[in-house]
Design a protein around this ligand. Structure first.
Ligand code: 5RP
Length: 232
């Protein structure tokens, strides 16, 4: 594996300092979370820590297990002390857009089953207002076009630009999540009222979960290329 990005490494190292022996830890998904999982596995081995870990995606579970971390289901563990995950956007109030890796459903469940959710990110993820990043919405395959139309109407009612676009792989096939659902990307440019949008999306029956994480994150550790970190 090539050397990790220094900003992601700095944020990851600062975050795993919060991990203590015996903790129950949620492991996020994405390139930043992967750096953290590698650092955590090295720490566990070096310090002989006994952790119980739950993963937010199959990809993270596979990586963690390949590095010797023991993964259990969230229900086996029950509740977590700490979850460390990446994000696509972080605003000054620690509200997030997540789901760029199509894992936000499990990520949100794991985050909300944690006493503390810590985001690790590089400075490019810090924004004044959420919305430049496409907001991912996980949708059921059943009645998918109805769900898409209901989302379109909800956006219109809220005066938001943009339409729901089915996320596809390079070969043109739809992205299928770990739970077997589709992902719709909402290209909104800006989200002036994130709680209103979250409520509207959650009210649509075919919407399984959206990528707005409002009031869920407790701390964001922003790594910089020079190896320093700032906390939000
Ligand atoms: C996956 C996520 C990721 O945490 C988010 O997309 C950030 O990923 P990366 O660290 O690769 O930029 O929410 O669903």
């Amino acid at each position: 594996m090539s050397d990790p990005d220094p900003a992601k490494l700095a944020a990851s190292r600062a975050a795993i300092e919060l991990v203590r022996d015996g903790m129950r830890v949620g492991l996020g998904t994405g390139s930043t979370a992967s750096v953290m999982v590698r650092e955590l596995a090295a720490k566990v081995q070096a310090e002989g820590l006994a952790l119980r870990c739950a993963a937010t995606s199959q990809a993270t579970a596979d990586l963690a297990e390949s590095l010797g971390l023991r993964i259990e289901s969230l229900d086996q563990i029950g509740w977590l002390d700490l979850t460390i995950d990446g994000a696509d956007e972080v605003d000054p109030d620690l509200n997030l857009i997540k789901g760029g890796g199509a894992a936000h459903l499990r990520e949100k469940i794991v985050a909300m089953a944690s006493d503390r959710m810590v985001v690790i990110a590089d400075p490019g993820k810090v924004v004044e207002q959420l919305g430049a990043f496409h907001l991912p919405v996980e949708a059921l395959a059943f009645g998918f076009e109805t769900t898409r139309e209901l989302i379109r109407r909800a956006l219109e009612d809220l005066g938001l630009k943009g339409r729901p676009i089915l996320q596809r792989l390079r070969d043109g096939e739809p992205v299928i999540t770990d739970e077997g659902n589709y992902i719709l990307d909402l290209a909104l440019e800006a989200i002036p009222d994130a709680p209103a949008l979250a409520r509207a999306l959650s009210a649509i029956p075919g919407v399984v979960e959206h990528g707005l994480f409002l009031g869920i994150c407790h701390l964001a550790i922003i790594g910089r290329a020079d190896g320093s970190v700032v906390e939000l």
